[in-house]
Design a binder for this molecule. Structure first.
Ligand code: 1JT
Length: 258
């Protein structure tokens, strides 16, 4: 049913690290909906992970190096897409980082460097990508990012990433207002916890998955395919009237008080 939803659309996916990545689940569904996709990786180690995955998709999918802290690399990515495709329809932002030490101890102990790095990679990068992508979105476009409940409320342990996600969610609204007149929509998915590479580095993460499965209205954890189908909605014409929105795809956990 969704196999032609993104026919003739081109997009770029930031944040595939391995087959468990939320970005990869999203990419597979976008590809299945007929989109032409480009991918980026940060560092050689991740190139070796991303390339074999992307080669399983149909078509010729560019795979480009991109460290979002280097503006010249970001410029190169969009210059490359401009040459190849001449336009761009969507961007998927699924990138975050914070030092492990800052995701464990007390929030008040957050280091200055950890705080600034989390903001730069997890939040400012969205503003940067939106600015660089917008000139290529000649027929309008859609941008989406990933967030988590810890950006709206204090979730023990999420700490500095929560502050970065709060900034990201606010940026979604300011970007939606700024880019809306150009026909560019900007939205986010607030996903329930998923067992990805990023999450497995967090001590006690399995406990978090268990609490959600026990308490969430749907009494289970979210599947990456459910996050991906919401991404497909946000990047397709199905959501043409939606911008500046954060959709929770978390089996309902966010609606609980206790
Ligand atoms: C990062 C990490 C961003 C883990 C992340 C993340 N966004 C969600 N998670 C999973 C998670 C982590 C914690 C949590 C709930 C979910 C790892 C480092 C890079 C950035 O605590 C309640 C800690």
């Amino acid at each position: 049913m969704t196999d032609q939803l993104l026919k003739d659309k081109t997009g770029i996916v930031f944040g595939v690290a391995n087959k468990r990545s939320i970005a990869w689940a999203i990419a597979k569904q976008l590809s299945g909906a007929g989109a032409k996709l480009a991918f980026t990786f940060q560092g050689e180690k991740l190139e070796g992970k991303v390339r074999p995955l992307v080669e399983t998709l149909p078509g010729d999918n560019p795979i480009l190096p991109c460290d979002v802290t280097r503006e010249a690399e970001v410029d190169q990515v969009f210059a490359d897409l401009g040459e190849r495709w001449g336009k761009l329809d969507f961007v998927v932002h699924s990138i975050a980082f914070a030092p492990k030490a800052d995701l464990e101890g007390r929030f008040s102990e957050t280091s200055r460097d950890g705080y600034l790095l989390a903001q730069e990679i997890s939040s400012y990068s969205l503003v940067l990508l939106a600015r660089k992508a917008a000139p290529l979105m000649k027929d309008g476009g859609a941008i989406m990012a990933m967030t988590y409940l810890g950006g709206e409320r204090a979730v023990k342990g999420y700490n500095v990433m929560g502050v970065a996600k709060a900034a990201l969610e606010s940026s979604i609204q300011y970007l939606a207002d700024d880019l809306g007149p150009q026909g560019i929509r900007v939205n986010a998915i607030s996903a329930g916890p998923v067992n990805t590479l990023a999450a497995r580095g967090v001590s006690g993460f399995t406990g978090i998955l268990d609490v959600v499965a026990e308490k969430a209205p749907l009494r289970r954890n979210v599947e990456t395919s459910e996050i991906a189908s919401t991404a497909l909605f946000l990047l397709s014409g199905m959501s043409s009237g939606v911008t500046g929105e954060v959709i929770h795809v978390d089996c309902g956990f966010h609606c609980l008080g206790l």
